[in-house]
Design a binder for this molecule. Structure first.
Ligand code: ASP
Length: 419
């Protein structure tokens, strides 16, 4: 009977079972002889699902972005589209980082907490310096890599750059590259068909990922840092479920509940995988099929957004830096806080769409204002649960951007969405 339910309902059910099973198997007196094999099976489901998503993501990014750009018509609108996208990403990321700073100033998470509780983990932590100076060349190197190496190493940023150049070249050659364009378009269709098959496994995969996540979480640490976690979650929620939907409504006329119903599967996948890149295949399906965004527009907005536009990460990094400052009893001036906000935005752009990527770029934010980078050791053990919601907000921003771009080419777009 369950098989006859819609995929949507199956995914929701999978998520609920996963969370409940993870709690029972990991945090109650369930005998290890029962818990271990069951957790092994859940882990296997999760691994298969996430491996399939990872398998498809590079071919998907390459084909959808190349086709998206090559098929775009060069009109004055194209120019406007690029500008709208850039300004939207800049605006929403700025609002996110500012919200993080503001909330940290109001609630002062970390103030009064005894840093000695974390002394062991901090002294055991070895860090690699990551400064803005060092980050620049590293970022440039990641941008322009050999495309074959980039694809093999899942370096999405370099794949994006190569796909964009290929798309522009096909576009420039026009009729002379017609065969390649047809090939890329067909390849893109083939890959989307495979995405549809992978999605059939989403309920089991999401169940497995969430069961593992909940079962292996250190509840004691979550308890010690509960105020911080509550503030982070609350603020991320505010940005994702109030600010961004309001921007969506005001700019496109799409009602937030219609939007959320349309992209629900993708948001749950982002929650369970904590990876914007792994969520791309599901997001592309939701945005084109349910939100009726043209596949060329979705094909170029979503891959770029998944790597460069991360509101949740910008908000988190700004807030986490202030948390570390409070924890160490260091007062940051307004100017220093602005530096934190700006570096958090750069760090969010630089973070790849994979789990806990924000933790690596976090060091850059801490270093920018001279905070102890070893404090990342406190943030890492609790990062996985926090990463769930911030990844949801990261991908949500991309779907809103796609709707906004669609609106610039089709002013009546919002009236065509029926979910
Ligand atoms: N996990 C996030 C993402 O994939 C990145 C981060 O760690 O903030 O969007």
């Amino acid at each position: 009977m369950i098989l006859r339910w819609t995929l949507n309902t199956q995914i929701l059910l999978g998520a609920a079972i996963g969370i409940a099973a993870g709690y029972i198997l990991g945090h109650t007196s369930c005998p290890p002889t029962v818990a271990s094999p069951l957790l092994f099976i859940f882990g296997l489901f999760g691994k298969i699902f996430i491996s399939l998503l990872k398998m498809i993501v590079v071919p998907l990014v390459f084909t959808s972005l190349t086709a998206g750009i090559a098929n775009l018509q060069l009109t004055p609108q194209t120019h406007r589209m690029w500008w709208t996208l850039f300004l939207f990403f800049l605006f929403t990321t700025t609002v996110a980082a500012a919200t993080g700073l503001l909330a940290a100033n109001i609630f002062k998470p970390g103030a009064g907490l005894d840093i000695h509780v974390f002394k062991d983990s901090m002294s055991a932590y070895t860090w690699r310096p990551l400064s803005l100076d060092g980050f620049g060349p590293e970022f440039v190197q990641a941008l322009f890599a050999n495309p074959v190496t980039a694809m093999a190493q899942n370096n999405i940023l370099a794949v994006i750059v190569f796909a964009m150049l290929t798309g522009i070249a096909i576009f420039a050659l026009n009729k002379r590259a017609q065969t390649v364009l047809t090939f890329i378009n067909e390849l893109s269709e083939i890959i989307m068909t495979m995405v549809g098959w992978i999605m059939r496994l989403a309920p089991l995969g999401i169940m497995g990922l969430l069961a593992e996540l909940v079962a292996h979480q250190d509840l004691h640490l979550l308890n010690v840092l509960n105020t911080y976690i509550a503030v982070v979650m609350g603020t991320t929620f505010l940005h994702g479920f109030v600010t961004l939907p309001a921007i969506l409504w005001l700019t496109t006329g799409i009602r937030p509940w219609v939007f959320f119903r349309a992209v629900k599967d993708a948001l749950i996948t982002a929650f369970a995988t904590s990876s914007s890149s792994a969520t791309l295949p599901v997001g592309l399906r939701c945005v084109t099929q349910n939100l009726k965004v043209d596949k060329n527009i979705a094909g170029f907005v979503l891959p770029i957004g998944a790597t460069l536009n991360m509101d949740g990460t910008a908000l988190y990094e700004a807030m986490a830096a202030l948390f570390v400052a409070n924890l160490c009893g260091i007062h940051l001036s307004l100017a220093q806080q602005i530096i934190v906000g700006l570096t958090a935005m750069v760090a969010a752009v630089g973070a790849p769409g994979i789990p806990s990527a924000g933790m690596v770029t976090m060091m850059m934010v801490l270093q920018a204002v001279g905070l102890p980078v070893e404090a990342v050791a406190i943030l890492i053990p609790i990062d996985r649960p926090l990463d769930t919601l911030r990844t949801v907000v990261n991908v949500e921003g991309d779907y809103i951007a796609a709707c906004l771009i669609q609106k610039t080419v089709d002013p009546r777009h919002n009236s065509k969405i029926v979910v």
